[in-house]
Design a protein around this ligand. Structure first.
Ligand code: F6R
Length: 240
């Protein structure tokens, strides 16, 4: 595990540099992408690099981690909508090669097919992650099995509470389930990059990366990933 600490902006710049390097070396690479507050600054940096002609997404394929059950891509809080508005609509990517799990009318079998698609595309070269306050990655909540592929999950109450800020602060509007890549899917990525910001993440960062590897803290499995980089600001890394 490699740990890098800097300001939030510099973290985003360093993370963007990882993408510039990877896309330069392998323009046809497969990216695993995340949503939430954490990657917003990184996506800003990627858009700026693309606009400056320093990086191109032209031949890239992407797979997002997760999507809420019941929201289709036109819902402003859906993760498809997030990705379109924060990245895909702003860079030179071929949108037919961007994938976000479907949140509507999907069965578990159809969800598992997402993993087959990723495999057929060659597997994820670089997986981006944030971390939930309860240690979730994607929407793999505490106690989910480590060996699952893409599947439907019941969101933990803590996650529903944390995400109500995107739904006018109304907990009733937050979907209670989501489709998520499983831990197995995430661990198969060749390289994993987690970005963490803010004092609110300090406790869980310490637990996940300096405590035991346990399904109680899903992110702790990343201690076993052969190429894992943790990039965080001073507040988020203050307890390690
Ligand atoms: C998002 C995702 C989640 C978030 C996590 C942190 O696609 O899979 O695991 O990374 O909930 O969210 P933020 O960045 O909003 O604190």
């Amino acid at each position: 595990m490699k740990i890098i600490q800097d300001t939030q902006r510099n973290c985003a710049r360093m993370a963007a540099e990882e993408y510039r390097k990877l896309l330069g070396e392998n323009p046809h690479c497969v990216l695993g992408l995340a949503t939430g507050s954490t990657p917003e600054m990184l996506y800003e940096e990627l858009v700026a690099l693309c606009k400056a002609g320093k990086l191109s997404f032209k031949d890239v394929t992407t797979y997002n981690l997760d999507e809420y059950v019941g929201l289709d891509g036109s819902h402003p809080q859906s993760y498809r909508y997030f990705m379109d508005s924060h990245l895909f609509n702003l860079v030179d990517i071929d949108k037919t090669r961007t994938h976000v799990p479907c949140g509507i009318g999907v069965t578990d079998e159809m969800a598992a097919h997402y993993d087959d698609e990723i495999k057929q595309a060659g597997g994820v070269d670089l997986q981006l992650l944030g971390i939930g306050h309860d240690g979730h990655i994607g929407f793999n909540e505490p106690h989910d099995a480590f060996d699952l592929g893409t599947h439907c999950v019941d969101l933990a109450q803590e996650t529903i509470e944390a995400n109500k800020r995107f739904f006018d602060g109304n907990v009733d509007l937050v979907p209670k389930q989501a489709y998520t890549m499983g831990i197995r899917t995430i661990m198969q990525a060749r390289k994993v990059l987690m970005v963490v910001n803010g004092a609110g993440k300090a406790e869980i960062v310490k637990k996940a990366f300096f405590g035991p590897v346990t399904p109680e803290v899903p992110a702790s499995i990343l201690q076993l990933h052969p190429d894992f980089i943790l990039v965080g600001d001073e507040e988020a890394l203050s307890l390690i």
